[in-house]
Design a protein around this ligand. Structure first.
Ligand SMILES: O=C(O)CCC(=O)C(=O)O
Length: 274
């Protein structure tokens, strides 16, 4: 038994590369977070989708609250230990009835982390059942290591570079990861996964939070930022991120712009691997 996960869930993560669902937040608390996200989108007249969906934990105190929540971090600690940095965060929205999808991929493809021990907590801000295009995974595929990817240009693909698995992986026995608002799933950075369009009547929104142990480093030539969210860092592989004080205030926006630019710069220097 871990701090949050059961021994069976920890064993499942080792064996299958994912755990789903994990209970975390009340429906009411989650509803208020979704409202904050959507009222910001309305005020900006810009949805937080591809091109505008990176690192909102640097802009909004309510996202900062989620990424530090013990409900999530205790489970992450069970998998990667007590010293934890948030390496990246992506908002994944899919409007009801839209064609938005996510192609088959492994998260590690553009992260250049060493060792490769990053885990993603996908926190649902809305219900994400199978018909809403929840994630679909190939159980056990995290043991295949880094696979080759290609890049495709499709505006409906939510992945920042349209990366898509370029090798055959047996997808005859996939598993879905449906979650309700306030729950989350966990998946390994080498787990092969995708998600299909949202055929439900509600928007599907999740936060994909990438956590790493502080001993992991990014091997790309340029240095990037990451937030220490629990424990200690005696390695100094990253520039520490500034926590937001005001809701998308001037300082928050300036720092967010810089951190996202540094992340994109690092990312652009990497070619598809495998
Ligand atoms: O939200 C989705 O549909 C895909 C998310 C994803 O690929 C991820 O969190 O790694």
């Amino acid at each position: 038994m871990g701090k949050k996960l059961t021994a069976e869930q920890i064993a499942q993560y080792e064996r299958d590369g994912f755990v789903c669902p994990v209970d975390a937040f009340s429906t009411e608390r989650t509803r208020l977070w979704r409202e904050q996200l959507e009222s910001f989108e309305r005020a900006q007249d810009q949805k937080m989708t591809r091109g505008h969906n990176f690192k909102p934990h640097l802009l909004f105190p309510w996202v900062d609250e989620i990424v530090h929540a013990p409900e999530v971090l205790d489970a992450v600690e069970d998998l990667i230990g007590p010293d934890i940095r948030l390496f990246h965060l992506t908002v994944w929205p899919k409007d009801a009835g839209s064609g938005a999808y996510v192609s088959w991929h492994q998260d590690a493809t553009y992260f250049a982390l060493d060792p490769i021990c990053h885990v993603t907590a996908w926190v649902a801000l809305s219900d994400a059942p199978v018909e809403a295009g929840c994630m679909e995974v190939v159980p056990g595929s995290h043991k295949l290591g880094q696979l080759r990817h290609a890049e495709m240009q499709d505006p409906e693909n939510l992945l920042s570079r349209g990366q898509e698995l370029a090798v055959d992986v047996d997808r005859t026995r996939t598993a879905f990861m449906p979650v309700k608002a306030g729950q989350f799933s966990l998946h390994h950075t080498h787990l092969v996964h995708n998600s299909r369009p949202n055929r439900s009547t509600d928007r599907r929104i999740g936060l994909g939070i990438s956590y790493i142990p502080t001993h992991a480093r990014c091997t790309a030539p340029s240095r990037v930022t990451a937030m220490l969210v629990r424990g200690q860092d005696k390695y100094g592989h990253f520039d520490d991120e500034r926590r937001p004080q005001a809701e998308a205030g001037a300082e928050e926006r300036a720092y967010h712009t810089e951190a996202v630019a540094r992340f994109r710069n690092m990312n652009a220097a990497l070619s598809t691997k495998g």
